[in-house]
Design a protein around this ligand. Sequence first.
Ligand SMILES: [Zn+2]
Length: 242
Amino acid sequence: MRLTVLGCGDAFGNGARNNSAFLLSDENEHVLVDCGATTLIRLKHESIALEDISTIIISHFHGDHYGGIPFFLISSLFEETRKSPLTIVGPANIKEKIFQLQEAMYAGTGEKLDQLDITYLEYGRDPIEFADKKLIAKPVEHSPPSIPHGVRLEWKNKVFAFSGDTSWTDNLLELSAGAHLFICECNFLHEQAFGHLCYDELVERKDQLMCENVWLSHMGTEMLNQEISVFNKLTDGMKIEF
Ligand SMILES: [Zn+2]
């Protein structure tokens, strides 16, 4: 399994980083985790055909995490005339939220989404099993109207976990237990605030995490400028085999 970091920035573009988007790939299929506003540009940079992306997983309804969906979908409609099925998984009302965003950004294209073969799946208490994938989503601590979740994807004998945007919650322990790769947000260096994590707290909780391969994302300026010795920092364009 290969991770390509399409974007690991925060909501403000600090470090000139792209919005949240992580591409998981095996030989002939891609799964996109988060689709922030800059994602289509980064997919073109990596020469990835959108129709080879079978699945999009959305952590929560903030623009730096799902604002790229309308660009993805108009390219699928008008450039690719996509025929291959697409599964979009996300929080409650995902279909309606995507329709609303599509209409807000490209008025008149919402109804054209019916021309695409899209299956919408909503997070619930139980794991979601589809095709050869198993997805577990757990609520996390971030702006409640964004319906924030962290996710754990089991696919091709690999486990990938992603915190989404959150301050500390024990749900992160469950999501990341035994994961081959865990991407954890780390917005702040020292500041402890609702909605985001800080490095100090993650270091304190390191021994609680049952996961060796932890990579940090969604870093603000202070965190970007700080050299760290525990965990690893992601950068845009990075590729990790796991
Ligand atoms: Zn964010």
